[in-house]
Design a protein around this ligand. Sequence first.
Ligand code: PFF
Length: 452
Amino acid sequence: MEQKRSGFSGKLGFVLAAAGSAVGLGNIWRFPYLAAKYGGGMFLLVYIILAVTFGFSLMVAEIGIGRKSQQSAITAFKQLDKRFSFLGYLAAAVPAVILPYYSVIGGWVTKYMADFFTGNGSAAAQDGYFGNYISQVGEPVLYFLIFMALTVFIVLFGVEKGIEKVSKVMMPVLVILSIGIAIYSVTIPGAMEGVIYYLKPELENFSVTTVIAALGQLFYSMSLAMGIMITYGSYMKREVNVESSTRQISVFDTGIAFFAGLMIIPAVFAFSGGDESALGQGPGLMFVTLPKVFETMAGGQIIGAVFFVLVLLAALTSSISLTETVVASLMDKLHIKRIPACIIVLASCILLGLVSIFGYSIWADVTVIGMQFLDFFDFISNTIMMPILAIITCIFVGYFIKPQAIIDEVESAGVKFKSKKLFVVMIKYVSPIFILLILVSSILNAFGVIKI
Ligand code: PFF
C-alpha cells in the first residue's frame, strides 16, 4: 500500500482520476430519472445549490482528511482520532452495498450496447422492450455477470495505467457526444415543453422529497460519503490545490449530469406528450427514452452504439473504483491477498446482484418497505448510510480535529483557501443539522409515519 502513496503525478492526474470515479451511471442514468421524477427545474436548482455548498464543503473535508492522514478511509479516521475508527468501517460498507446493484445497471447498459451493435437498436425503441427485458430470468443475469467479470478482471490485474489513458480520451468524447445528443433531443417536435420543465424552476414542484432526492444524488454522483475521496486525497501531492481541484471536479460532474438530463427529459415529453407517468418511471427512464431518440435520428443506430460504449466505459471506471475500495479494505483488514479479496467481493456481489435482478422477475411481487430490491439497496445506501456518514464526518471535522486542521492542510500548498468561511459554517453548523433533518424525514417517510 505504502509505495502507492505518491499516486497521482499532478493536479490534472488527480482531477481526472477523481472525475473518472465521479462521472458514471450516477450522472447519465440516475440524475435524469430523479430530475424527471422530482420536479424538473426545481430539482436542478436545488441540486446546484447543494453542490456548491454541501458538496463543495464535504469534498474539501474528505480530500483534506485523506491528504492529512495519508491513509485510505478505513484507517484514516482511526489515525486522526481513535474514537472514530468505526467511521472507516461504515465508509467501507457503502461501496459494498452499491457495487452489486451498480453492476446490474451496468449489465443493462452492456445489453443495450450489444443490441445497437447487432442492429437490434430499433427493437430497443419499441414500447415495452425494457420492461420485457428486465422481467426475464436468463439474459439480465448473463449481462450482469459479463459486467462484473470485466470489472473484477481489471481490478485483479490492476491495469490502472490503461484505464487512465482510456479515460483521458473517453471523457472528452463523452462530453461532446452528450452535448450533441442533447442538442438533437431539444429539437425533436414536442420537446420544448420538456426543456421548460427541466430548466424552469416552478415553486409548486418543490417538496421535501426534492431535497432528499437531490442530496442523495449529490453524494452518489460526487462519490462522497463513502470514503472514496479520502482515499484519493491520500494519493494527492501536497503542492496540489485542493480547493480548485474540488471546484473542477464538481463542475465536470454536474456538467455531464446536466447534459444527460437535457438528452433525456425533453425526449420524454416528445415521445409521451408530457404524460406524468412517463416522467415518474424511475430507473428505466434512460433505457426507455434514449433508444427512441436514436430511432428518429439520422445515423442513430451508429450514434446509439457509440453512446452505449461510452456509458459502459464510464460505468466501468466507476465500478472499478468501487470494487478497488472494497477489495483494498478487505486486504487491509483481513490481511489477505488481492486474489482472495477479489473472490470474496465477486461472490458477495453476485449474490446481492441476483437479488436485485430477480426483484424484477421471479420476485417481482416481493417488496421491502414498499420498494423493489434494487430501489431498496439504492435507498439504504444513498438515503440512509451516506447521510449518516456525512453527518458524523461533519461532526468529526467540526468539533474533533477542528476545521482549522483541514484549512491548514488546504493551505499547506501555499495557496489561500478562498471559501474558508463558507467551509467552516457549512461543516460545523449547516450541514450536520440540515442533513439530520433530511435523514429523519426520509426514514419517517419510508416507514409511512409521515407523508412527504
Ligand atoms: N459517482 C459514481 C456515479 O455517479 O456513477 C458512482 C460511484 C462510483 C460512487 C465510484 C462511488 C465510487 F467509488
